[in-house]
Design a protein. Structure first.
Length: 262
């Protein structure tokens, strides 16, 4: 299930320089000054009593960036299957439930659970431990990433044109290109359900997740989507993430993120 993209703002230029030799960003290149982007997805819910520690863990990972030479790109995705138990999570979506189910099939799991942390589509575990996450991020960061260039230009007061360039991989499979919009500094005063009476803070809440195209094995991907900003979002807290994901294995093969500038 895909949701219509609605945002607009100027992004900072964010990109990786074309990698040497193999065309991929490796651990060795990271040591030379290029940070390896790793996407950390947390499937969570305000209706789940075991989720607050995981929300805090994601906040710590995003704010402290504890893995050397790695840029942790956080994505908090609120599922909707807890909503029938007394509290409707205002950030939840069936789209994120479906995305989690796709991961479950790829990992061979019996079902979905929260809180679940997924690292670059390659590893998954109960997401309430920063130390476990740091170890997994360190392992995953050793896998090479394809260069991805991301830029955006403000067209007028509420419209922006993005420019996305991603290299091809002749040996690649079916690869999708996604645009996610995340927002920091969000919170809810939960009045019912398992977390009744708690104020729950969140970081990197995914506000929109949109499929914007596919990778061509010969030509890669070049896109210039024109998008609008939802006025309900706080522009200073938004982050914009482009990533490439293998449709079958669910591994993330390239990623970049940018914040808006006034």
């Amino acid at each position: 299930m895909l949701m219509k993209l609605s945002l607009a703002f100027t992004f900072l230029l964010a990109g990786v320089a074309a990698a040497h030799h193999s065309g991929l960003v490796s651990e060795e290149q990271a040591k030379s000054g290029e940070r390896v982007p790793v996407i950390v997805e947390l499937f969570t819910s305000e209706g789940c009593s075991s989720c607050p520690p995981a929300d805090q863990a994601l906040m710590r990972l995003a704010s402290t960036q504890p893995v050397q030479d790695v840029e942790i790109i956080a994505m908090s995705e609120h599922v909707d299957y807890w909503n029938s138990l007394g509290w409707t999570d205002p950030f939840s979506s069936a789209q994120f439930t479906q995305r989690q189910e796709e991961y479950g099939r790829a990992f061979g799991l019996d079902g979905s659970y929260t809180p679940q942390m997924v690292i670059d589509g390659r590893e998954e575990f109960v997401g309430n431990s920063v130390s476990n996450a740091v170890q997994a991020i360190s392992r995953v960061a050793a896998a090479a990433k394809r260069p991805l260039q991301l830029a955006a230009t403000k067209v007028n007061g509420d419209t922006v044109r993005m420019q996305v360039q991603i290299e091809s991989d002749p040996n690649g499979g079916s690869e999708d290109v996604y645009l996610a919009v995340t927002e920091d500094n969000l919170s809810s005063n939960v009045k019912r359900g398992e977390n009744a009476g708690r104020v729950m803070p969140h970081t990197a809440v995914v506000r929109r997740l949109t499929l914007i195209g596919n990778i061509d094995r010969r030509n890669g991907f070049h896109g210039e989507p024109v998008i609008r900003l939802d006025r309900r979002w706080k522009a200073a807290d938004l982050r914009f993430v482009i990533f490439v994901q293998d449709r079958k294995s669910r591994r993330i093969l390239a990623a970049q993120a940018a914040r808006a500038q006034q």
